[in-house]
Design a binder for this molecule. Structure first.
Ligand code: PEP
Length: 251
């Protein structure tokens, strides 16, 4: 059966020293509890190797926030999936709405990134979600379906089974405006149905689908109680060990 997962997305926050300190705090807090979910922190590229050196990988997974859509070569400033994997990271966030919106990442680019991540043994945390206008004009289900079909439906069932999906309504990210638990459940159940239609019920039932968008200790339990919500991708609240642990302990 699918796993429950809480993953932090630190975005472009913390210096190396601040990041190592935060990772150590989360690592220590996790030792005090028996979490009912897997826990992952996705951190800036510059922090990966150092953070890997201070966390216990049995308790806390480590991921990057992006990787390149090329294998290697003359792509100044880019970081490849192989480079990410060589730091000890095991996960990578792909398709985050901020990458789609500010860096022009489309399904063609994301397809390459997913393939390269999988080829290098990384678990993609693949983000999908509609903008406010699409929520309001009622096209949100179709929008998310198209994002999944375009970037992911070229994968074999075996490779699709390696993914984690994160539904992140763009209007809820960093806005303090959370989708209601019923809105999240409607979308998560829909996504599972889309996967089942393509890959069958077993693959769909085994796919973890996380919710992201202003998830906090105060609303996490209600969201995670929904049958198709398998955890959270956490932005702002992952920058403080106490609030991140409040979400982890909501399971
Ligand atoms: C995110 O960016 O993945 C996210 C969910 O951010 P926040 O929790 O800050 O809304």
């Amino acid at each position: 059966m699918r796993k429950n997962i809480v993953a932090g997305n630190w975005k472009m926050n913390t210096t190396l020293q601040e990041g190592v300190k935060l990772a150590k705090e989360v690592n220590e807090e996790l030792k005090k509890v028996t979490p009912k979910c897997e826990v992952v922190i996705c951190v800036p590229f510059t922090h990966l190797a150092s953070v890997n050196g201070v966390i216990d990988s049995n308790n806390l997974g480590l991921g990057a926030e992006n990787c390149a859509d090329h294998k290697s070569g003359a792509y100044t400033g880019e970081i490849s999936a192989a480079m990410v994997a060589s730091t000890g990271a095991t996960h990578v966030i792909l398709g985050h709405s901020e990458r789609r919106q500010y860096y022009g990442e489309n399904s063609e680019i994301l397809k390459e990134k997913v393939n390269l991540a999988l080829a290098n043994g990384l678990t993609p945390i693949f983000c999908i979600g509609e903008v406010l206008e699409q929520r309001e004009n009622g096209s949100y289900l179709e929008v998310v379906k198209a994002q999944i079909e375009e970037a992911l439906f070229g994968l074999s069932p075996e490779d699709f089974g390696k993914l984690i999906l994160a539904y992140e309504p763009v209007w809820a990210i960093g806005t303090g405006k959370t989708a209601t638990d019923d809105q999240a459940e409607e979308m998560h159940a829909f996504i599972r149905g889309v996967i089942a239609d393509k890959y069958g019920k077993e693959v769909a039932d085994n796919t973890s689908i996380l919710y992201g968008g202003s998830c906090k200790p105060t609303n996490a339990a209600a969201l995670f109680a929904k049958p198709n919500v398998d955890g959270g991708l956490i932005g702002g609240a992952s920058l403080d060990a106490e609030s991140f642990m409040g979400i982890v302990n909501a399971f």
